[in-house]
Design a protein around this ligand. Structure first.
Ligand code: NAD
Length: 395
């Protein structure tokens, strides 16, 4: 079905900065490259400042605006609420939206605490019995190379998984004068590098291996303990004032872990890896082969097939732009590369197809809760001198 002829899906988006722009791009584009069973209608953009929200709506393609997210829940032209606000708002907005019968797409990490995430799962499960669905936005699963890695593991191409090595390295707060934006405040963000980028590598490692962490031992550090209070801030950029305040989150978190299937793993999430901008890397070593991915070369997957003749075996670079690769066929001819924004488009495509089919989207809120349990175990371990912490299996 082409865009415009299918039944509409009215979308209300909350937050219009970094993720708001990424999701807007996805809603604008999804139906123009993929055949969708429902036509996304960018019905309403919600912010708090009327003039700024109107300007953002005009720029990003939203029909109308609201300045209170509660208004979205009363609107008949909104069937789905897309939450692109900081973590301290996710639980309240998501639970209310689900109770109002709206589908929900919520950015990661699902919540700031395990308790909030549990409440969100309870609301999602209740809503699901009425056909109302929810998804958490771990978009990196939808990078074609990552989805291909999952497919190869599932097909047994690397055998039994032994090692998982995951890092997510950034450097945007190396400067001690970078201001105290919401991401550096525990009450807004829940945690620092751990929840912001560590959550992504936990989800990606579990997704690619099809397995789950059962326990961790961790340490974390806050290198810069005070920063200038922000004057104006949005996303990852801001200007500082002369007053200072305490940084209440981790700058870096490192942990080792065990997977249920027997693999051992290491994880590192930091905003202090000078020179590394968005180096999300995953390597998985199995009994029959290995896979490696680096987001800064996101159109490539490295694959070592241990069953090949040792004379010629070696890591090969797969350019993941063939029509047979996940998602790639809807875009350009082979070798014409995709970017960051495509992962969000793919997220929306999968979500819309699930909504139309009446199937449950993944990652679910329960998946988001399980990641939150891992983050919580990391925090507990780091606070307890790196002592081993098991991860609850209830989610
Ligand atoms: N999937 C990813 O790769 C990825 C990347 C970055 C951020 N995120 C997640 O997305 C979420 C938002 O992060 P961001 O980087 O877009 O932050 P941001 O600071 O760029 O934008 C936050 C937006 O939320 C708005 N907002 C805050 N409180 C609000 C409220 N009560 N009502 C309406 N609007 C409100 C702000 O005005 C702003 O527009 C966070 O959960 C973050 O962890 C995910």
């Amino acid at each position: 079905m082409t865009a415009g002829t299918a039944e509409r899906l009215g979308v209300g988006l909350v937050g219009y900065a970094f993720m708001g722009a990424a999701h807007s791009q996805a809603w604008r584009t999804a139906g123009r490259f993929f055949d969708l069973p429902l036509t996304p209608d960018m019905a309403v953009l919600c912010g708090r400042d009327a003039a700024a929200t109107a300007a953002a709506a005009e720029k990003m393609g939203w029909r109308t605006t609201e300045t209170d997210w509660k208004a979205l829940l009363r609107r008949d032209d909104v069937q789905l609420v897309d939450i692109c606000t900081p973590g301290d708002t996710h639980a309240e907005i998501a639970v209310a939206a689900l109770e109002a019968g709206k589908h929900v797409l919520c950015e990661k990490p699902l919540a700031n605490t395990v308790d909030e995430a549990r409440a969100m799962v309870a609301a999602a499960e209740k809503a699901q019995t009425k056909g109302v669905r929810s998804m958490v936005g771990f978009n990196y699963r939808r990078v074609p190379a990552v989805a291909l890695a999952r497919r190869l593991v599932e097909q047994g191409r690397i055998g039994q998984v032994r090692h998982v090595r995951a890092v997510y390295l950034q450097d945007w707060i190396v400067d001690p004068e970078f201001p105290l934006v919401w991401r550096l405040q525990a009450e807004r963000a829940g945690s620092g590098a751990l929840g912001d980028i560590g959550a992504h590598i936990v989800d990606m490692a579990q997704f690619v291996t099809g397995d789950r962490l059962t326990g961790v031992s961790a340490l974390s550090e806050t290198f810069v303990k005070e920063r200038p209070l922000p004057q104006a801030s949005s996303g990852l950029s801001a200007s500082g004032s002369s007053e200072r305040g305490p940084v209440t989150v981790d700058d870096a978190a490192l942990f080792i872990g065990r997977f249920g299937g027997g693999a051992v793993a290491s994880f590192e999430a930091t905003r202090f890896a000078t020179g590394r901008k968005n180096a999300l890397r995953l390597e998985v070593n199995g009994s029959a082969g290995s896979l490696a991915f680096d987001f800064e070369s996101m159109n490539e997957l490295s694959f070592y097939d241990g069953t090949e003749d040792p004379d010629t075996a070696g890591f090969r670079r797969i350019l993941t732009t063939e029509p047979t690769h996940p998602y790639a066929g809807a875009w350009w001819p082979p070798g014409h590369l995709l970017g960051y924004e495509h992962s969000f488009t793919h997220e929306v495509v999968d979500l819309v197809r699930d909504l139309a089919a009446g199937t449950d989207p993944t990652p679910s809120f329960a998946d988001g809760l399980q990641v939150q349990e891992v983050l919580d175990a990391v925090v507990r371990s780091a606070a307890a001198g790196s002592g081993w912490q098991t991860i609850s299996e209830e989610s």
